[in-house]
Design a protein around this ligand. Structure first.
Ligand code: CMP
Length: 136
């Protein structure tokens, strides 16, 4: 079934010039990029995007980080796109969970600086795509 997912290359990934690497892996997997924008994230958008983490001990750091530099936001489409991108990304903790061969496993060291975001369910994908690309 064709799905859409929201992908972010976070400020660490942009600063480390990994945009091309991430997009290349998405395309090599066979997924389509249907929207793409480099932007600075307003605090309000960051709060809405990460609303489910409100109250967690790392919430403040999370907002600080995602608003600290440019982010590449993309809508990615294809069969099982949500799970497919999460497979490409690897687990949240780049050392303990992500395996070599994944984006986080190959390039990440710390959970806070884990390079990319991908929606984790069809409900999150719909919510996040509406938030980041309201005109799509
Ligand atoms: P992501 O899965 O994109 O969305 C939630 C983010 O919170 C996660 O990536 C990490 O970047 C961050 N995160 C999760 N757990 C922690 C933690 N224990 N400390 C710092 N950041 C975290």
């Amino acid at each position: 079934m064709t799905e859409r997912t929201l992908v972010l290359v976070k400020p660490d990934g942009v600063q480390r010039r990994l945009i091309g690497e991430v997009i290349s892996r998405i395309e090599r997997k066979g997924l389509d990029v249907v929207a793409l924008e480099l932007r600075t994230v307003p605090r309000e958008l960051a709060e809405q995007h990460y609303a489910e983490h409100d109250g967690k001990p790392f919430f403040g750091d999370l907002l600080e980080f995602i608003t600290s530099g440019q982010v590449l936001a993309a809508v990615v489409e294809g069969p099982r796109a949500i799970a497919a991108f999460r497979q490409l990304a690897g687990g949240t903790d780049p050392v303990e969970k992500a395996t070599p061969g994944t984006i986080r496993g190959d390039f990440g060291l710390e959970t806070q600086y884990n390079l990319v975001h991908g929606s984790d369910s069809p409900e999150s994908a719909a919510r996040e795509i509406k938030l980041w690309f309201p005109n799509l």
